[in-house]
Design a protein around this ligand. Sequence first.
Ligand code: SF4
Length: 330
Amino acid sequence: MVTRITEIVLAGPRGFCAGVERAIDIVELALEVCGPPVYVRREIVHNGYVVDKLRAKGAVFVDELDEAPDGATVIFSAHGVSPAVREEADRRKLRVVDATCPLVTKVHLEAIRYAREGYSIVLIGHEDHDEVIGTLGEAPDRIIVIDSAAEVERLEVPNPEKIAYLTQTTLSVDDTRDVIEALRHKFPRIVGPSRDDICYATQNRQAAVKTVANDVDVLLVIGAANSSNSLRLVEVSQSAGTRAYLINDVRDIKPEWLIGARRVGVTAGASAPEVLVTEAVAALRQNGATAREVHVVDENVRFAMPAELEQMARERGITLPERTVMRQSI
Ligand code: SF4
């Protein structure tokens, strides 16, 4: 790659969040405890590199539970599932290990509580995303999904005095604020979380991109096309006036994107492994460009393993290894 790049600016934090780390660890540990094959419903996280690595170790990815044989061990992805999926797993006597991110579970619990209390629930999110499909399933008769402030105008609910909102965890912080403001304007009695349900990892990666975007000519976001939080990073950069491109890995970089660029920013969505960042930076530095990181906040979030996995390990007399050791493998 022949370029005139003089500096690479890495956004920090970037890449894996605690929920993704946990989900990958769960698949690896389940393979170790139960032995292959272990079935995973949908992509465990939205990243093809991660999925391929786990497939090579014996994970079998399926779209629906009917593709897994009776009695199989099945892992639910980090994005969560609807109660209908859990019921089907129970009926089929599948051994389930739930890798739903605890921050997604929190949104499910809020939906259940509001529904039980008789609220109409506005779920701000993308209706075709696995996470939203799962949350919607908690109370399909009570939840209306919207994804823009423009939709608020047309929104009608049975009782405007009894309305709540929730959000997908991986939305644009700024866009979501606009939608919530529009909701509050139209429904002054609306209730919801203190701000929104956008998770710490999504917020931190967007904050880092905002800072880096001011400093570079173009930004490369490493992430999959179906990764919501990665797509939002592209939008955040573009909103700040800096061109941004989503790439799966270094092979997707088009030389014409870099024409005239002196400083190139690099970040990664929450489901993209650091090895892909390292490869991209190495390619961009071939002509001697320096690299530095702009780190806006430290992260030290960790989630516990699901109790059912600990139980499976105990039954087989296996002690689960340290998660940090497992993490080296992707
Ligand atoms: S992006 Fe946020 S909600 Fe999604 S898995 Fe990571 S921490 Fe959990």
